[in-house]
Design a protein around this ligand. Sequence first.
Ligand SMILES: C[S@@+](CC[C@H](N)C(=O)[O-])C[C@H]1O[C@@H](n2cnc3c(N)ncnc32)[C@H](O)[C@@H]1O
Length: 225
Amino acid sequence: MDRVAPTTAAAMADHWNSRAWRFDGAASHRRDADAWRTVFNAALGGAPLDVLDLGCGTGACALLAGSLGHRVTAVDGSAEMLAHAKAAATEANLSIEFINATMDEAALPTASAEIVTLRNVLWTLENPSAALTLARKLLRPGGILLVSDGLWFRHRVNNSRDVFGAHLPFYNGVPEDDARGLLAGAGFSAVESWRDLIPGNLYGAAYDDPEKPIAFFILTAISPE
Ligand SMILES: C[S@@+](CC[C@H](N)C(=O)[O-])C[C@H]1O[C@@H](n2cnc3c(N)ncnc32)[C@H](O)[C@@H]1O
C-alpha cells in the first residue's frame, strides 16, 4: 500500500506541534462542537460504534464521538496536538484511546472500525488517496467514512510552502469534486453530503482573503462489503 506521507511526516508533526497552543481557538476546531454534533448525529448512526479519528489534532471529532457514546481511537503524528486532546478528554471525563503515530506508522487492526473520520486532514497529506485506501482497510465492510475539508488558502505566504507545501497536492485546500473523485478511486460508494446541516460560513474568510468565505464540504461514503 502506498504511504500517506512518505517524506513530509516529520515536518508536518513539527508544524502542528508549533501550532497546537492556538489551534482550539480557531474556527470550528473544538469551538463549534454543537454544529458538528448535528452532523455526527445525522450522518453516523446510533452509538455505540467503533470510531477511528485519523489526524485527530486537538481531539474535536474524537471528543464529539466519545460524548455521543461511541468507542473512540484517535491517531495523530503531533505529540503537542495530542497533549491538548488528552487533556480535553480527561476534563470531559471521556475514555478515548490516543495513539501518537503517523498514519503510516500506527499499527491499527484491519477491519476494526465502523466509522473513520478524517476532518481537515486530507489537505495536509502528500498522498490523500493513500489515506482513503488506509481508511477502507481499517473499516469493516459497510463501514462509514466521514471526510471533510475546505478551500483554506488562495496564495499562502509563509514558509510552510517551502517546508512541505510543494509536496501536498491540496496544499491550498481540497475542492469537493476532488474529494468525491478520491472516494470513488478508493472504492467508496453511496457518497452523501451533510454540508446543509451547517448553514452559513462556519470557517469565516479564507486566510489570505478577508472577502472570500471558505468553502467546505462534509461527505460520508460507505466502504465496500
Ligand atoms: C488541520 S489539523 C485537523 C485536526 C482535527 N482533525 C480537526 O478537525 O480539528 C490536521 C491534523 O492532522 C495531523 N496529521 C497530518 N498528517 C498526518 C499523518 N500522516 N499521520 C497522522 N496525523 C497527521 C496533524 O498533526 C494535525 O493534527
